[in-house]
Design a protein around this ligand. Structure first.
Ligand SMILES: NC(=O)c1ccc[n+]([C@@H]2O[C@H](COP(=O)([O-])OP(=O)(O)OC[C@H]3O[C@@H](n4cnc5c(N)ncnc54)[C@H](O)[C@@H]3O)[C@@H](O)[C@H]2O)c1
Length: 285
């Protein structure tokens, strides 16, 4: 028995990066997929590739930050496949790297629209159907939504919103039989974590990997594997959880001290007359 046999899932941002991996993984595990993305996303390619391998998928193109479009996506899933079991809120954007003093309001508003409004609208539109099937939602958070991220404080904020929002939903929807969980990836091998294809500069790219215990990016499939578990009936007792898939970045921020400003590196003078600072209890007496 496949792990999502006879299930119907919507994957937002399902045609690129982590979303493509989730769409393909879920299809391989027996789910019928609505691959949802913005009009320019390679939605049709991913649908065709899933079908070539014997999977079941349809595409849905539109801006899911509008309730009308989000509702349309849910309607298409139900009309085509008869029900909805799983909503994956994976859509998101990462568009600027800058200290807050330079950070554009435009980028902040763009992130709020695509990271948060998509999650809000899709969850709102999908819940009536998920209540019927006792289904579940898995939302994309980020390690940045737990720890914050320098030069993209606002991005971390949008991911923290998604995390708290999804926990809130878990609390309110448990009585209706709907589970809600968060996947919080670390640096993943998608366009976002490369200077050449995203807003991350080379220095950040390097720092990110140095800060990760495993010293490398995670793959999109490694993230999709965790989405699969949470979306499946193997996770029936899991709700309101935040699953980090981050190579250990949240427990070890790595050698970032190397980059500290000299302002912080010089110890401040003390005038307390401290005589015993280095005479502490450091061995068995
Ligand atoms: N890549 C990473 O290192 C990383 C780390 C932590 C969290 N994440 C999260 O994982 C998710 C996927 O990231 P990715 O790296 O695969 O990026 P990606 O750009 O490949 O995927 C995001 C997709 O969402 C789509 N999208 C954005 N706004 C949309 C909207 N309004 N309506 C419909 N589709 C929309 C985009 O077009 C894109 O296809 C994001 O939510 C991101 O915050 C990624």
């Amino acid at each position: 028995m496949k792990r999502l046999q006879n299930k119907v899932a919507i994957v937002t941002g399902g045609a690129t990066g982590i979303g493509e991996a989730i769409s393909k993984k879920f299809a391989r595990e027996g789910a019928s997929i609505v691959v949802a993305g913005l009009p320019d996303d390679p939605v049709n390619d991913v649908v065709a590739e899933i079908k070539e391998l014997g999977g079941i998928a349809i595409g849905y193109s539109g801006d899911l930050s509008s309730f009308e479009t989000a509702k349309g996506c849910v309607t298409v899933a139900v009309e085509q496949f008869g029900k909805l079991d799983v909503l994956i809120n994976n859509a998101g954007v990462f568009v600027e790297t800058n200290f807050l003093t330079e950070y554009s309001e435009e980028a902040f508003e763009y992130m709020f629209k695509n990271n948060n409004k998509t999650t809000f609208m899709m969850s709102k539109a999908a819940l009536p159907e998920l209540q019927k099937t006792k289904g579940n939602i898995v939302t994309a958070g980020s390690e940045a939504g737990i720890l914050g991220i320098p030069q993209n404080a606002a991005y971390g904020g949008t991911k923290a919103f998604n995390t708290a929002f999804t926990k809130g939903l878990a609390a309110e929807q448990a009585t209706k039989g709907v589970r809600c969980n968060v996947v919080a990836p670390g640096p993943i091998d998608t366009a976002w974590t490369y200077d050449e294809t995203g807003p991350m500069v080379k220095k950040m790219e390097k720092l990110n990997l140095q800060a990760t215990l495993m010293g490398r990016r995670g793959t999109a499939e490694e993230v999709a594997n965790v989405y699969l578990f949470l979306a499946s009936d193997e996770a029936t007792y899991v709700t309101g959880a935040v699953y980090t898939v981050d190579g250990g970045i949240t427990i070890a921020k790595g050698p970032t001290g190397k980059e500290a400003d000299s302002l912080f590196k010089d110890q401040p003078e003390s005038n307390l007359g401290l005589e015993h600072t280095h005479e502490g209890h450091t061995s068995i007496r």
